[in-house]
Structure formats: structure tokens, C-alpha cells
Design a protein around this ligand. Structure first.
Ligand code: ATP
Length: 363
């Protein structure tokens, strides 16, 4: 069953195209992340589903009923969609509890609304916010406001929830905590959701499926692990952080890079291949293990990042012996002395070869 479907949406502002034929579906109970850089049209897609923007071409269905097309515009309040935007938009003159219950509309004393008021109290207790029920939003921290905004969006029990960068104003520690709580709450409620983000890690953490957007189009769609491990273009690969990147000519089906020789896949002889090697694909290690091609490098710097350590290395290019620097990673705390030497090996699972036409030469 499809909770929300976009069909061939083409949209622009002042004659400037923003969405170029977007089709996507969110299944019942599914959590989809729209991942892409600033300006690629993510928020516009959410606004169209919410009814805050009028469809110019294509159609949008909720629960398999068309709610928006060139001929039809069901108003936002009749769409049963929950919204949570990055600024939370809590009403400053209403208390926390009043904010949460705001979306329930008239008939405050109805049995359904009483049930939701009990739900809201239970949720506040779960988040440790019971004492804040009568406070005004201006007195709450960012994390507390975020939780209240989430509860307000979920209070009417909407079948579909749209979230636009909901964690962008939180600090790193709060963001991780809130990602987990938000995903859990939405899944428990059985709500279908689309969340917009430009953070690849965040999309990996939250999504059942990721839709990668670029310049108004969906360029790849799949499970988080497929998007991460099988990016179809340099653009998609680069959404997950900085990678070592080398562009060389294909020779006898292979491409020789400063960090090793890799299969060129479908690229033809003489074509330019751009090879992306994620830092986690270059793994420093001590000892005498033979790596095939003597890979040994000097430590330029290293930083412990919590889960892993990032190491900047200087070594000899396996193409021409020239001095090159590159980025490596090792799990846990690994802080070798600057100037010391280390072996490294390359994990092919983190090596991606693209042609020019896949955006391999894009910055
Ligand atoms: P961000 O991550 O920065 O929010 P986004 O991917 O969500 O970006 P949109 O907000 O959908 O992108 O905007 C896409 C393009 O459309 C941008 O160039 C933006 O300036 C433009 N745009 C969005 N809304 C309007 C509007 N109401 N009038 C004119 N241009 C608009």
C-alpha cells in the first residue's frame, strides 16, 4: 500500500526549473530520506505534498487518492499530513501542552482528543518533559523544542509525516540522541515519513530507503547500505564525506592510481576513469604483513574522532613514485607519532570507479 506518491512532478519558480520530473513513492510505514545538496529541490517536494505549493505538472496522491495535480488542489488542512520544519515553528503564546494538542482542532472534549491528551502526557513523561507541560516555548532548550515540535506533528496521528532538516539547529551530541528518539517514535506510531537532509550519515541512520536528489532529479534510490556501498556516480559517493580521488586513463581494462590498480569496469580503453577511495578504505597497520605492492607511508597527522581515527599520510605514488598525500582511517583510537611510518592496505569495498559522464570529474 502506498502512503504518498509523487508522479512526474515538474516545478519551477519564475520560469526557473527546480524539479525535473520527480516520481517517488513512500510505502505504508516506510521512512524515506531525501538526500541532496542545498537548492536541489528537496523542500519544494515536501511543500508540494503538504499543499503549501501548488502543483504545476504531475500529481501527488495520499493513500492512493490524488490530492494535487494541475486541476486539483486539496487544501493543506484536509491532507492529513504532519509537518515538522527545521525552525520548529512552535507558537510562542501557547504552552508546551497547548502546542502539542493544537493540531487536534475542534471538539476538544471528544473521546478521541482525550485519548490524544493522555498520549501527549505519556510522551512528555517518556522524554522527561512532564514538568515543562505548562511552560512556554521561549523557555525551552533547542532539544526540548525539537521534541515538542515532533509530538505536535504526531499528535493528530497523521498517516504521513514530512520532516525538513529537523535536527539542523541541534548540537552534534543532541542531534545523535534526537535522531534515535525520532526514528523510534515514528516507527512505533506506524507513520510513513519523508525526511529531508543533506547529511549522508543522518540519512543512513534514519532511512529504510534513501532517495538521492541532484538538480531537481532523483539520481539514485535504494537501501542505505546500497547507496553507501554501490554509489552509481561520483556525486552520490561524495555525499558521504571527502574521498581520495584520482583520475587516470584506462589501460587494458584497469586503471592504475597512486594507491593501486583497479578494474575499470565498463569503461572503454583510453577513457578517463576517476577513482574514489574513501578514507575508511585506506587502512593503516603495523607489522611486516606483505601487501603485494609495498605500501608504506609517513604519518602527517592523525585525529581521534570517537568511533575511528582519521590519519593523513604521505607516501610514494604507485604510478610514478612521486610524493603524494592521502587520507586513511582506522577504527578506534589510533594516534601514531607524526613523522613515524606505517603500512597501509586498500579495501576494494570502498573503492569506486566512475567515468567522466558519471560526474567523476566534478568537484
Ligand atoms: P536547502 O537544503 O537549502 O533547503 P532544498 O534542496 O530544500 O535546499 P528548495 O528549498 O526546494 O531546495 O529550493 C530549490 C530552489 O528553488 C532554490 O534555488 C530556491 O532558491 C528556489 N525556491 C524555493 N522556493 C522558492 C520560491 N517560493 N520562490 C522562488 N524560488 C524558490
Amino acid at each position: 500500500m502506498t502512503a504518498l506518491a509523487y508522479r512526474d512532478i515538474v516545478h519551477g519558480f519564475d520560469g526557473r526549473p527546480v524539479l525535473d520530473g520527480v516520481s517517488l513513492q513512500v510505502r505504508q510505514g516506510e521512512f524515506v530520506c531525501l538526500l541532496g545538496p542545498s537548492g536541489c529541490g528537496k523542500t519544494t517536494l515536501l511543500r508540494l505534498a503538504a499543499g503549501l505549493e501548488i502543483v504545476q505538472s504531475g500529481s501527488i496522491s495520499l493513500d492512493e487518492h490524488v490530492v494535487a495535480s494541475k486541476q486539483l488542489h486539496v487544501p493543506p488542512e484536509q491532507r492529513s499530513i504532519g509537518l515538522m520544519f527545521q525552525d520548529y515553528a512552535l507558537f510562542p503564546h501557547l504552552t508546551v501542552m497547548e502546542n502539542i494538542l493544537f493540531g487536534l482542532g475542534q471538539g476538544e472534549r471528544s473521546a478521541i482528543n482525550k485519548g490524544r491528551a493522555i498520549w501527549a502526557r505519556n510522551m512528555l513523561a517518556r522524554f522527561g518533559l512532564t514538568k515543562l507541560a505548562d511552560h512556554y516555548p521561549g523557555t525551552l532548550s533547542g532539544g526540548e523544542q525539537q521534541r515538542v515540535a515532533l509530538l505536535r506533528a504526531l499528535a493528530p496521528n497523521p498517516p504521513v509525516l514530512l520532516l525538513d532538516e529537523p535536527f539542523s539547529s541541534l548540537d552534534a551530541a543532541r542531534r545523535i540522541e534526537m535522531r534515535e528518539e525520532t526514528a523510534k517514535l515514528i516507527r512505533e506510531a506506524g507513520t510513513s515519513a519523508i525526511m529531508v537532509t543533506h547529511d549522508g550519515e543522518e540519512a543512513m541512520f534514519m532511512a529504510d530507503r534513501i532517495k538521492v536528489m541532484n538538480k531537481g532529479r532523483i539520481v539514485q534510490s535504494g537501501k542505505p547500505e546500497d547507496i553507501y556501498l554501490k554509489p552509481k556516480s561520483a556525486f552520490v559517493a561524495s555525499l558521504f564525506g571527502h574521498a581520495n580521488r584520482f583520475c587516470e586513463t584506462v589501460n587494458k581494462g584497469y586503471v592504475q592510481t597512486p594507491l593501486g590498480r583497479f578494474k575499470a569496469g565498463d569503461l572503454s580503453e583510453g577513457a578517463t576513469a576517476c577513482v574514489f577511495i574513501r578514507p575508511e578504505g585506506v587502512i593503516p597497520f603495523e607489522g611486516d604483513e606483505e601487501t603485494g605492492e609495498a605500501r608504506n607511508a609517513e604519518v602527517v597527522s592523525s585525529h581521534y574522532l570517537g568511533i575511528a581515527s582519521h590519519v593523513h599520510l604521505r607516501g610514494k605514488s604507485l604510478v610514478d613514485g612521486a610524493s603524494i598525500t592521502f587520507h586513511a582511517q582506522r577504527s578506534g583510537r589510533y594516534l601514531p607519532r607524526i613523522g613515524s611510518r606505517t603500512n597501509y592496505r586498500v579495501d576494494p569495498a570502498h573503492v569506486f570507479v566512475f567515468g567522466k559522464e558519471d560526474g567523476g570529474e566534478q568537484e
